[in-house]
Design a protein around this ligand. Structure first.
Ligand code: AMP
Ligand code: MG
Length: 345
């Protein structure tokens, strides 16, 4: 069975193709800016521009034609409305034109479920650290629940904002990571954990003040030291709430997800926590950590099979008219725990 997944919640337009659990293609193109953050309408324009090309590249990489596809899945939410609309209509149109069943999936849960495609992780705490989102998620009592999250910015957006202030470009996370390697001195920064949540906006303000101090020649630390310190500080905050969630839920596994999880130091710190606490830490490859179509395909595949097992009429999932294509539902504000989880026992 071949599943094609389409990801468009934010900056990335991605198409993933899987055959059973074998990955045949994972192609994406990401909207970037020279300065400033993501502008939803522009990101949606980007997706419109590249969608056919990315689809064709993915089909070519998988050595199949669209006629070979048995199921299409798309990220239905949460995310930026204009971006979700491009992906959902594109997916619905493919379903309509080629008579293929279609399912919409939750993006955050897809980050968690993709772990089981590439490893034998079963029931983890997901440490989901991306641009817009930072959440600690786990399956408990029949639903995926958010045990902790950022109260303001996602950690990726926070790192990108700091990088923008430093004038080192976007995406900032990898650049800060490089400078951090040259940092020698730990500079104390605010450490903001409130219950199970974290907050980073105050740290950003504090960092900006410290950069001004460096510029005026009054600081006994460097930009590299600040990059090193911000990683130690904020990553520790994330790990503190993750660790507490692990013990609260009695889980034995931690899975990493989201673009910031590509960070080598965050991976190292998470592994150390795993060793100290006797937990299995799972880190998917980078191209499955950041937004991608494969995770959307995999969750769609799981949902579809569960529907079939329940005896649902699969033909109902095929889009029947161009009117239906236009009115396909998106869920920009869908919360992880609103999703009915019928594909897990
Ligand atoms: P996502 O939204 O999951 O695709 O992740 C994008 C975010 O990941 C951006 O904010 C990047 O700055 C951040 N990012 C990517 N690579 C790294 C890295 N090596 N270290 C820290 N942040 C990173
Ligand atoms: Mg994501």
């Amino acid at each position: 069975m071949i599943t094609l997944g389409i990801e468009t919640t934010a900056h990335t337009f991605g198409v993933g193709i899987i055959k059973g659990r074998e990955i045949l293609a994972n192609v994406k193109d990401t909207y970037t800016t020279e300065s400033g953050g993501i502008i939803p309408v522009q990101a949606a324009e980007h997706h419109k521009k590249v969608k056919e090309e990315i689809l064709n590249k993915a089909l070519k990489e998988a050595s199949i034609s669209i006629k070979d596809v048995d199921l299409i899945s798309f990220s239905q939410g949460p995310g930026l409305g204009p971006c979700l609309r491009v992906g959902s209509r594109f997916a619905a149109k493919l379903s309509f034109e080629n008579n293929i069943p279609l399912v919409g999936v939750n993006h955050c849960i897809a980050h968690l479920e993709v772990g089981s495609l590439v490893s034998d992780v079963k029931d983890p705490i997901l440490m989901y650290v991306s641009g817009a989102n930072t959440q600690i998620i786990a399956y408990e009592s029949g639903k995926f629940r958010i045990f902790g999250e950022t109260l303001d910015m996602g950690v990726g957006n926070f790192l990108d904002s700091f990088a923008r202030f430093l004038g080192i470009g976007f995406p900032g996370g990898p650049k800060i990571s490089k400078l951090a390697e040259k940092g020698k001195k730990f500079v104390k920064l605010p450490y903001v954990v409130k219950g199970m949540d974290i907050s980073v906006s105050g740290i950003l303000t504090n960092l900006k003040q410290k950069v001004e101090k460096i510029k005026s020649g009054k600081a006994d630390y460097t930009i590299n030291d600040l990059c090193y310190s911000v990683q130690e500080d904020v990553f520790s905050m994330i790990l503190e709430v993750t660790e507490r969630a692990v013990f609260h839920c009695g889980k034995k596994e931690v899975l990493m997800g989201g673009g910031v999880s590509c960070n080598k130091r965050l991976q190292e710190m998470t592994r150390i926590m795993g060793e100290e606490d006797g937990l299995n830490v799972f880190i998917p490859p980078n191209n499955l950590l950041s937004d991608n179509g494969v995770m959307i395909a995999w969750l769609g595949y799981k949902m579809f099979n569960a529907l079939k097992d329940k005896g649902e009429d699969i033909n109902k999932l095929i889009i029947k008219s161009s009117k239906e294509v236009e009115s396909i539902e998106i869920k920009p504000y869908e919360r992880t725990d609103e999703v009915k989880v019928y594909w897990r026992n």
